[in-house]
Design a protein around this ligand. Structure first.
Ligand code: ADP
Ligand code: ZN
Length: 725
C-alpha cells in the first residue's frame, strides 16, 4: 500500500513535469530534492544559475494540500516568477511593497480561501505580525527561501532581515523548509545551515559546470573591432557587454549605436528612469544588446541571453562566473568572450599595489592571480573555473571552450620568434615591459626608443614582418610558456627565466598558439541548425503575445521552445505537445496560433514535420550522467574508484546510481559490499526496515532504527537492497 502510494507520487511528479511545465526530464538533483521535500525533510539546495531551482519547490507546491510560501529578496524576480506561474495556469500571488492596498487585500482573501498554491513574499512582509497570524490560520506545507545566501554575512548580498526568517520558521514546526542559492562557497552554505538549524545531510549540491556555456578568451588587440566582429557573429541575439568604467560604457555604446546595433547603455551615472527603461527594453527583446558596468545584472532573469562579452577583466573568478552565468539560463548554447590583455592586468596590479591595507591587498592579489591563471591556461577552461569553487573537474576535453574546441592550433613552431624576443629583452637590460620590447623589435621611431638608444641595438627592427598585434599575442604565449616572467612591480618589466635562457641558446624548441591562429578560429556564433527564418517569425509572434499580456517574451516561450519548434516543425496538437516547454496550459493558450504559423510556413516551403522524438541539435547528445555513472559502475569500477578517477563526489555517485535504478536498470551488488555496515545484524535490520517501508523515502527507515544508521549509510544500503531485487 505504502509502496504503491510512493511510487504513485514519483509518477505524479513526472506527470506534472510534462503536463504543466512541458519538460521531459528532470535536471540533476531536482527529483531527489522534490521527493525529499514531499517526505518532509528540510533541504539546502545549491545549484548554479539556470540549474532549475524554482522547479524544486514549484512541483511540491502543486502536490501539497497547503500553501507554499516563497521568500524572495527582489521584487522584479517575484513578479517574473508569478508571471511565469500564471502562464502555466498555476495560482500564484505576490505580496510586497510594490502592490496596491486593494491587490494586497485580494491576495489575503485568496490565501484565506485556499485559492493559492504559491505565495511569493518579501522578507519584510513575511516578518509582519499580521502576515504570521494569517499564515498560522491556514496550512503552510512548505517555506522556500530563495537567494538564501542573503542570510549570510559572507554572501555578496547580506540582508539582515533574512536572518530573522529563521524565527518565523520556528513558529511553523511541521512546515518543510527549503533554502536555495547559487552561491558556491562552503562558508556561506555553513552559515545558512547554522541559521536555519539544518544538518549537512540536508544538502543537495549540484555541479557548477554550466555545460551550455562556451568559454572563450582572446588577446585584446583591437577591442572595439573584436567586439563588433563578435556581435556580427551573434546577429539578432541578446547579450551583455561588460566594461569597467562608465566612460567606457558610453564610448562603446556610442560606437555601436553609430553602426546601427540595437543597443542601450546601463550604469550608475544614468538617471533611474533611463536605467529602468533600458533594462525593460532589453528584457522585452526590444533591444538586443546592453553595454554595462557590473551595476547591471542583479535580478535579471531573462533566460535568452545568448552571449556575455567582457571588454575588460572582471574583478575575480567569482565575479566572472556570476557575470557569464547570466547567459544561457534556458540551457541553449551561449557564448562568453573575455578580451584579455597583459596591460589590463598590469594596470590592475598597479592599483592593488597602491592599497594600504595589507590584508586587503593580499586578497586582491590572490584573486587577480587566480584570474590570470584562468586566462593563461592552455587546458580546458572549465578546469580552473570549476575547481576554483572546490568542485573536482577533470574532463580534459569539454568541447565547449576555446582550448578544447580549437584543436591543432598549438602545433606551431615559434622558436625563432621567441629567440628574437628574448634577446631583445636581454639587450635592453630586462628593464622594460612587453610594449617597449615589441616597439624595438618592430623598429619604432618613438622618442622613448631613441632616448634609450635602443634604435642602435642589433635587435632593432628585426621583427618588422610581424604585426604589433601578433607580437602581443606571442608575448603572452611566452609568458604562458614560462620563458619570461612579468615583474609585479610598477613597470611590468619582463625577466628571462632559466627556461628562457635555454631557448635562447637553442637547446629547447618552443611551440604554441599565436594570435593569428587564434583569430582564425576565433568567434563562432551559436550553431544555426534550426530554421532561423521560422525562428524570426515565431519570435515576432512571441513578442506580440507577450506585449498583449504585459510580460517579457521569455515568460511566454523560452528560446529553447522556439528552437525545438524550428527543428521539428510540429503540425498537430500531439506533435506540439512533445515540444520542450509546452504544457497543457500553454497549449490551450497559444497552441492554435503557433500551429497556424508553422503549418502555413511548412506549406509554403514544402516542409514536413519531423515528429520523431529526436533530441534537438542543441541538446548535448551525450549519454545522461546517471547512465554514464551506472555503466561505469557496472563495468566493474568500485564507487571509490569512480570517486578518484572521475573526480565525482561519493554522494553524487550514489544518488546517480539510485536514479539509474529508478530508470529501470539494474546494478551489481558486488561493488557495494565494502561500504556496507560491518555489523551483519544491523544490515539485516536495515533490510527488514526497507521491506516494511519501501525504498522511496529514507526517513521512516531512519526513524525505525532510531538513528543508529545515518542517512549516508542508508543511501548505500538502499542501493544494495535495490541491487538484489
Ligand atoms: P535558477 O533559479 O536555478 O537560476 P530557474 O529555476 O529559473 O533557475 O530555471 C531556469 C530555466 O530552466 C527555467 O526556464 C526553467 O523553467 C527551466 N527548467 C527548470 N527545470 C527544467 C527541466 N527539468 N527541464 C527543462 N527545463 C527546466
Ligand atoms: Zn574545455
Amino acid at each position: 500500500m505504502e509502496i504503491k502510494m510512493q511510487q504513485n507520487i514519483t509518477v505524479h511528479c513526472r506527470e506534472i513535469l510534462k503536463d504543466i511545465f512541458g519538460y521531459d526530464d528532470f535536471r540533476p538533483l531536482q527529483e531527489e530534492i522534490i521527493s525529499s521535500a514531499l517526505s518532509g525533510r528540510d533541504s539546502l539546495v545549491v545549484m548554479p544559475t539556470g540549474g532549475g531551482k524554482s522547479l524544486c519547490y514549484q512541483i511540491p507546491a502543486l502536490i501539497f494540500q497547503g500553501l507554499t510560501v516563497v521568500v524572495s529578496p527582489l521584487i522584479s524576480l517575484m513578479k517574473d516568477q508569478v508571471d511565469q506561474m500564471k502562464q502555466l495556469g498555476i495560482d500564484a500571488i505576490l505580496l510586497n511593497s510594490s502592490i496596491t492596498r486593494d491587490e494586497y487585500n485580494t491576495g489575503i482573501d485568496m490565501i484565506r480561501n485556499n485559492k493559492v498554491r504559491l505565495l511569493y513574499v518579501a522578507p519584510e512582509t513575511l516578518l509582519k505580525n499580521e502576515m504570521i497570524a494569517l499564515l498560522a490560520s491556514v496550512k503552510v506545507d512548505c517555506l522556500a527561501i530563495d537567494e538564501a545566501h542573503c542570510i549570510s554575512e559572507w554572501g555578496h548580498d547580506f540582508r539582515p532581515e533574512y536572518r530573522l526568517i529563521a524565527q518565523v520558521r520556528k513558529k511553523f514546526p511541521t512546515t518543510v523548509c527549503m533554502a536555495l542559492t547559487a552561491t558556491a562557497t562552503e562558508r556561506v552554505r555553513a552559515d545558512i545551515r547554522k541559521n536555519l538549524g539544518f544538518t549537512e545531510s540536508s544538502d543537495f549540491i549540484a555541479s557548477f559546470n554550466r555545460d551550455n556555456l562556451f568559454y572563450r578568451i582572446m588577446p585584446k588587440n583591437h577591442p572595439l573591432e573584436q567586439t563588433i566582429d563578435f556581435l556580427n557573429k551573434h546577429k539578432d541575439e541578446s547579450g551583455i557587454i561588460y566594461t569597467f568604467s562608465r566612460g567606457n560604457v558610453d564610448r562603446i555604446y556610442d560606437s555601436l549605436k553609430k553602426l546601427r546595433f540595437s543597443v542601450r547603455p546601463y550604469h550608475a551615472g544614468l538617471s533611474d528612469s533611463e536605467r529602468k527603461e533600458n533594462q525593460e527594453l532589453f528584457l522585452k527583446d526590444e533591444v538586443q544588446i546592453i553595454v554595462a558596468t557590473i551595476a547591471f545584472g542583479m535580478g535579471i532573469h531573462k533566460t535568452n541571453v545568448r552571449f556575455v562579452l567582457h571588454f575588460d577583466l572582471p574583478k575575480s573568478i567569482e565575479a566572472y562566473y556570476q557575470e557569464t552565468g547570466r547567459a544561457g539560463r534556458d540551457g541553449v548554447k551561449s557564448e562568453c568572450l573575455l578580451l584579455y590583455s597583459y596591460s589590463d592586468i598590469h594596470k590592475i596590479r598597479y592599483f592593488i599595489n597602491q592599497k594600504t591595507d595589507e590584508t586587503e591587498k593580499q586578497a586582491s592579489l590572490t584573486q587577480l592571480d587566480a584570474l590570470v591563471a584562468y586566462a593563461d591556461s592552455g587546458r580546458c577552461r572549465r578546469i580552473p573555473l570549476i575547481t576554483y569553487f572546490g568542485e573536482p573537474y577533470s574532463i580534459e576535453n569539454c568541447g565547449m571552450c576555446d582550448n578544447c574546441a580549437d584543436p591543432g592550433e598549438s602545433a606551431e613552431d615559434i622558436t625563432t620568434q621567441a629567440q628574437m624576443f628574448l634577446s631583445c629583452i636581454k639587450r635592453t637590460g630586462e628593464k622594460f615591459g612587453a610594449g617597449h620590447i615589441i616597439d624595438v623589435l618592430r623598429g619604432s621611431r618613438s622618442k622613448k626608443i631613441t632616448g634609450f638608444g635602443h634604435n642602435l641595438l642589433p635587435t632593432y627592427g628585426i621583427g618588422r614582418d610581424l604585426s604589433k598585434a601578433l607580437w602581443q599575442g606571442l608575448a603572452q604565449e611566452f609568458i604562458r610558456n614560462g620563458l619570461v616572467f612579468q615583474d609585479t612591480g610598477s613597470y611590468g618589466e619582463l625577466r628571462i627565466t632559466g627556461k628562457g635562457y635555454s631557448v635562447m641558446k637553442g637547446d629547447e624548441p618552443v611551440s604554441g598558439k599565436t594570435t593569428v591562429t587564434r583569430e582564425k578560429h576565433s568567434v563562432t556564433g551559436t550553431a544555426a541548425d534550426y530554421d532561423s527564418r521560422l525562428f524570426e517569425i515565431l519570435r515576432e509572434k512571441r513578442r506580440e503575445l507577450a506585449a498583449a499580456e504585459n510580460v517579457p517574451p521569455y515568460v511566454v516561450f523560452s528560446d529553447k521552445t522556439l528552437i525545438d519548434i524550428c527543428t521539428r516543425y510540429p503540425q498537430s496538437i500531439e506533435e506540439l505537445t512533445s515540444i520542450h516547454g509546452i504544457g497543457t496550459h500553454k497549449m490551450q493558450k497559444y497552441g492554435g496560433s503557433i500551429l497556424t504559423i508553422v503549418k502555413s510556413y511548412c506549406a509554403e516551403n514544402n516542409l514536413e514535420s519531423k515528429s520523431v522524438q529526436v533530441p534537438s541539435q542543441h541538446e548535448h547528445l551525450k549519454t545522461p550522467r546517471h547512465v554514464q555513472i551506472g555503466q561505469l559502475y557496472n563495468s566493474g569500477s568500485s564507487i571509490t574508484e569512480i570517486e578518484e578517477t572521475a573526480g565525482i563526489k561519493r554522494s553524487t555517485i550514489i544518488s546517480n546510481l539510485n536514479k539509474f535504478i529508478q530508470d529501470g536498470h539494474s546494478i551489481k551488488s558486488a561493488g557495494l559490499t565494502s561500504l556496507l555496515p560491518g555489523d551483519t545484524e544491523l544490515l539485516t535490520r536495515i533490510i527488514a526496515a526497507f521491506d516494511r517501508h519501501s525504498t522511496e523515502y529514507l526517513k521512516p527507515v531512519f526513524e525505525e532504527l532510531g538513528g543508529i544508521a545515518d542517512y549516508d549509510m542508508l543511501q548505500i544500503c538502499r542501493l544494495y537492497y535495490l541491487s538484489r531485487e
